[in-house]
Design a protein around this ligand. Sequence first.
Ligand SMILES: [Zn+2]
Length: 495
Amino acid sequence: MAAKAKPAGAFIGIREVTLGDSSITHMEQCFSPLKHRTGSVTDRIYEKYAIPNWDLARLRTYLDMIKAFGFNSVQMYDQWESYLDAGWGDKDAIWDSLIEDGWEGEPRDWPGKVDALADYARSIGLRTTLFVWGNTGFDYRTNRAFWALCPNDPAEREILEHYWEHQARHAAHFDHVVTHWGDPGGCSRNGCTIETAQHCHNEIVERCRRHQPKIESSFSLWMLDSKRFGKWPGYEGPRTILDSGLLPDKVMLSVHGEPERFDYGQIRTITDAGRRSGVWAWYLANNEIYPSLFVCTGRLGDHFGGLPADAHERITWHTVDSNNHTVNLHNLYVAGRLCQDPSADAGEALRTFAAGALGAGNVERAVRVLDIIEELRPFWCETYGDKPVDVSLAREAASLAREISIADDFAPGFPMVLSPRELAAELLAQTEALAQFARFLDAAAGVRRRSQKGAPQADVDAAIATLPRVDKPTEYLTHLEYCHYLRKLDALKKT
Ligand SMILES: [Zn+2]
């Protein structure tokens, strides 16, 4: 494949941040024995961490920030996830209705914000991508969302066409549309196959072209490989799409960018066939379903550092996921640096971030805090706390975070969506939760040992009652430790 002209110095030509949503309540649902009745997701938390609740001025600053971090493109969506976050008022009802297909959501002012933000993005030189779920439709007449509508069922098709038309109206503000077909989409009813999805892609793009004749498009292969989340019959891999000849040559194909699923061979297959390829990354710099402050320096360094030299020519665009808003700035900064130069030192990029965000005098402390969080908090956190968490390291992190002090005259080195002092407070809250959890686990292990040695039940019960606690979150996104604490406490009581 012929080398394409790239912006001077940048390894990945189109470096894009996807502005997504954290599944904030999902943590409770997965780990807390009280599920969505845990009550640890407050209105304040939604206000702070869910971007559909931010005002436009702050959202514009977000775009200024990602541009300053080295990205030149942004991906946004007007989808049910944002309505869930914007319509947090009755979370219990949402969870109850999620059990059945077709829950109700409230888009509020998010569709308009998407257009306004896309316009702003273009005004500062960013390219814009619109994310569209292919057959996970939303009926704007009834405000109901549907996981997987059938394009071959006349009644469901009618909802889909209504939904596609709503999406297409955004196209005037966008340069590129990417359609997604797996998790939660897919259909195997009424003769649907992966060919149906490709026909639907073409129809969505055609509708977009009526509003934006020059719009480019990508068909996402995200999750189509998965037995659980890819449900279109007939899909065997990128070759299925390439060989079917249903998508025009200009339609790009994008592959999974999640490090555990990323397959560079698919990029080669697609580009060898003369088609451009993108990488749609999820679970790379953020954990959408278990939102917390994760530090992904090593994860990002491994992913970008592991790209072969010819990725420069073969990868037309590469996204980085941003879902855990404001607690992920360090990851976005490091990713922005590595997209431009995958051979850059990720740790050094983290230091530069710390200097720009918190001031040169705080670099050593802040980097140590972030490094400790990366070491103690597993990105895949399903069994977090099943093994001990190093109490002294967790305490060190909290104590260093407490010492971070922002000078009155400090001005950050780049635009920020929260102030340096707010970031310092976040680091402190996160490390305090970590330290509380580590102390709890340590003490709980002691109680378990006493119980196993035959201590009287009354003594064991008394010991459980006085175990160190993890505070219930009120303002900070510290659910990871809180929900796992409830899970471990519940398990301890049962044994
Ligand atoms: Zn179908």
